[in-house]
Ligand binder design. Structure first.
Ligand code: TXA
Ligand code: MG
Length: 318
């Protein structure tokens, strides 16, 4: 199968309506999309990504008004969050209605709903009239794609079309929020922070209990093939690995201990949004350079830094 990259939403819509899968851009990461109501099309996503069947998919819709087409009821707090953050990097777990096939939710009664904040994909959703089930467009366990070329690297020959919307502006996956006993629960950190959610709902966010973490968080994630280490003090970590060929991912300043050609600086100043936008591209790039080990500097544990550290920890599988 030949994989074409382009920005033709008519063509993408045609493929999706005929049951094909298409890579789509979002503001967080690229997704691998299928018509959410077509169980056979959705099954192709699991096959191409090599995704475990027990890991459900997020359903992407065009606007808030369409949520009732797929969801049994929407709690007031969910309405408030949608009004505040959608379109945007937020996914909300809501009780599904009967139209959503089991394969999408892995049998759960909750469906994950998101309105992505990317103009090309919003146009595609409107033009096609479809809801699109889409996980990140990587092979399961590997680093999520934030550029069309990342998708091509992993899925070339396996899908017909990559809709190219340029580099993702946020760069890490959406925040996932659900409700237990009417209280908001954050299952995955992202660009929408816990304090954002507390401010809008006026309620304390709780952490999920062990039994109800989202299925996806049980799996190894976001991992380069090269051994990956996260450290607060990268110089100490570099010294522990003398003699090895080391790549460094850092921010603000270079370390003086290794050649600058072996380092990627995610941002200058303390701009963690820029760091977020650049992180996965840096991980893809470093993983192609045949280092013995990649050492990444941990971010300040505040704001979006919390979500970035979560991704670094998962990449190092700690
Ligand atoms: O930013 C994002 O959310 C991107 C873009 C493409 O929208 N998508 C994404 O999808 O990150 P994925 O499949 O890589 O991660 C979705 C996570 C998984 O951990 C999955 O288990 C969880 O959401 N999830 C999806 N549907 C769920 C459901 N019905 N109940 C609980 N967890 C769910
Ligand atoms: Mg993923």
């Amino acid at each position: 199968m030949q994989t074409i990259t382009g920005n033709d939403i008519q063509y993408a819509a045609g493929l999706l309506k005929s049951g094909d899968i298409v890579a789509i851009p979002t503001e967080t990461v690229y997704g691998l999309a299928a018509d959410a109501l077509n169980a056979l099309a959705v099954a192709k996503i699991f096959e191409v990504k090599k995704r475990p069947a027990g890991n459900p998919l997020i359903v992407h819709i065009a606007d808030i008004d369409r949520v009732h087409d797929y969801v049994a009821n929407v709690p007031d707090d969910a309405c408030k969050l949608m009004d505040a953050f959608c379109p945007g990097p937020l996914t909300i777990l809501l009780p599904r209605n009967k139209r959503i096939p089991d394969v999408v939710t892995a049998g759960s009664d909750a469906v994950a709903i998101r309105i992505p904040g990317h103009p090309l994909t919003l146009d595609l959703l409107k033009l096609s009239g479809l809801a699109l089930a889409a996980p990140s467009a990587n092979i399961s366990g590997y680093i999520s794609p934030t550029k069309a070329v990342h998708v091509d690297k992993m899925l070339s020959g396996k899908i017909k079309y990559i809709l190219d919307g340029g580099p993702c502006s946020k760069g890490i996956e959406s925040t996932i929020v659900g409700f237990t006993d009417n209280m908001p629960v954050v299952y995955r950190a992202g660009a929408v922070s816990i304090s954002d959610i507390e401010q809008v709902t006026g309620k304390r966010v709780t952490a999920p209990s062990q039994e109800v973490v989202t299925p996806g968080s049980r799996f190894k994630h976001y991992s380069p093939a090269t051994p990956f280490i996260v450290a607060d003090d990268i110089d100490t970590e570099i010294m522990k690995h003398t003699g090895l060929h080391i790549g460094v991912i850092t921010y603000n300043i270079y370390t003086e201990l290794i050649d600058r050609n072996d380092q990627l600086l995610l941002c200058t100043l303390n701009d963690m949004n820029t760091a977020s936008r650049n992180l996965y591209a840096a991980m893809h790039d470093m993983d192609e350079r045949n280092y013995d080990v990649i050492i990444a500097r941990r971010f300040p544990q505040a704001g979006i830094g919390i979500a970035l550290n979560d991704r670094l920890n998962r990449a190092s599988n700690k």
